[in-house]
Design a protein around this ligand. Structure first.
Ligand SMILES: Cc1cc2nc3c(=O)[nH]c(=O)nc-3n(C[C@H](O)[C@H](O)[C@H](O)COP(=O)(O)OP(=O)(O)OC[C@H]3O[C@@H](n4cnc5c(N)ncnc54)[C@H](O)[C@@H]3O)c2cc1C
Length: 405
């Protein structure tokens, strides 16, 4: 910090978004005084499916933190299913499945490991760590003051709020967050991996109600991260018991011997990004950046964190909030428009199953993976193939496209 005790950048939250912001700030301006503040001591757990898309690792690589999870087994196979209707028979136009290898493998890395490693890379790059809970944010003309629990405080020229779904920084700016915005809720646990799921990421969509799915992601040590999540649209109140019942119904046997259950909100993204002008930048979940189709949030977290960190130190004389918003819209704007439209489309009966059937075509599958895990767009071939699958399935019930045995 400078003689007045003011940090160049104070990052609130040392999860993937916050640590990426610190890494980026120090990459753009080596020697900058960057504080990485979190209420938790690390390593710490975080409710997550632990699915790490290759896109996340690309961003970390570009920030000078390559190979952080090379010791975790790559998982190339992705198996998508839309579950049969409640009668147990294939629901008319409802059931479908596809299993293919992704062009690039994902990894399954418990967040206790992943987040600690990204944060350690930020500290090695020169960020300073501190444990503390941010309670208040007051924005002045030259700096921002953060009030911490216990009455402590500090000042920074720019603050990056990367403090997750319940962001205190976002609330201090008066911006809406859950439950006012589209929100998902998911519960995850760890248990022995089901034998047929040891080498693939399996996602089973509940084709009958509001957008929801169960997953099993193999960690590579004989266990799997399993869970169930849904978009909150009213109706049945979320409860751990009901979520575990849905998980067991969609992926039988996966709750046997499983434990460490933990749930969390997913603030789903919409278009456009709502980043205000000024000295306070929001990144990751605090800016509601979670893919509304897949629940993927790690790629958006590190990408937005990287943009926020560089805008925080690069916009000398300019407005960091405006510079950051422009950067984010350039990187994610079209993609967010497409995912917003798609999440409305998949609520139309039959569309989700038709999309999964269309993914039997390898090129369509690859395009869909990019939309769900990266910043891909709704391609013409996805639209045409899904339309054809929908038209082909109207009228009579069809058996699902068979995955490999
Ligand atoms: C059950 C579940 C499954 C998911 N599965 C996947 C998946 O498989 N793949 C994927 O890509 N995404 C997944 N997501 C989404 C992903 O977990 C989030 O998008 C991601 O964690 C966002 O990272 P972040 O850095 O923005 O926030 P977080 O990871 O939530 O980090 C925020 C940090 O801020 C700290 N903090 C909070 N408040 C304060 C405060 N007041 N003062 C100081 N520090 C504070 C917290 O301690 C925390 O360390 C899942 C989410 C859930 C809930």
């Amino acid at each position: 910090m400078d003689a007045t005790g003011t940090w160049d950048v104070a990052v609130v939250g040392a999860g993937p978004a916050g640590s990426a912001a610190a890494l980026a700030a120090l990459r753009v301006r080596p020697g900058a005084r960057v504080l990485l503040l979190d209420r938790a001591d690390f390593p710490r757990d975080k409710a997550c499916g632990d699915g790490v898309a290759p896109h996340v690792l690309d961003v970390l690589d570009s920030l000078g933190a390559p190979g952080l999870v090379d010791d975790h087994r790559p998982v190339r196979r992705l198996h998508l299913q839309v579950a049969p209707g409640p009668s147990g028979r294939p629901h008319e136009r409802g059931a479908a499945a596809v299993a293919r290898d992704m062009r690039r493998p994902a990894r399954v890395v418990p967040r206790r490991v992943l987040d600690a490693r990204i944060r350690a890379a930020a500290l090695a790059a020169g960020a300073e760590a501190r444990t503390g809970v941010v309670r208040a944010v007051s924005v002045g003309s030259r700096d921002v003051r953060l009030g911490l629990s216990g009455g402590d405080g500090l000042r920074a020229r720019v603050v990056v709020g990367a403090d997750g779904a319940g962001s205190a920084v976002r609330r201090a700016l008066g911006l809406p967050g859950p439950p006012g915005r589209a929100t998902g809720l998911a519960v995850r646990g760890y248990g022995p991996v089901r034998a047929d799921l040891a080498d693939e990421q399996r996602i089973v969509f509940d084709g009958t109600g509001p957008p929801a799915y169960a997953w099993s992601f193999p960690v590579g040590d004989g266990t799997a991260n399993v869970g169930y999540g849904e978009v909150l649209v009213g109706g049945a109140a979320p409860s751990r018991r009901r979520y575990l019942e849905r998980l067991e119904a969609l992926l039988p046997g996966t709750t046997d011997g499983a434990g460490s259950w933990r749930g969390h909100h997913l603030p789903l993204s919409s278009d456009p990004v709502r980043q205000p002008d000024g000295r306070v930048l929001l990144a990751g979940d605090s800016l509601s950046l979670v893919n509304p189709l897949t629940g993927e949030g790690l790629y958006y977290a590190v990408l937005s964190g990287a943009c926020a960190g560089s805008a925080a130190v690069a916009a000398d004389g300019g407005d960091p909030g405006r510079a950051y918003r422009t950067m984010l819209r350039r990187r994610l704007g079209r993609h967010l428009r497409h995912t917003s439209a798609l999440q409305r489309l998949v609520r139309v009966p039959g569309v989700l199953a038709a999309g999964v059937r269309a993914a039997g075509d390898p090129a369509v599958f690859d395009d869909l993976v990019e939309v769900g895990l990266g910043r891909g767009l709704l391609s013409a071939r996805v639209a045409l193939a899904t339309g054809a699958a929908l038209a082909g399935s109207s009228g009579t019930a069809r058996p699902p496209h068979s995955p490999r045995p």
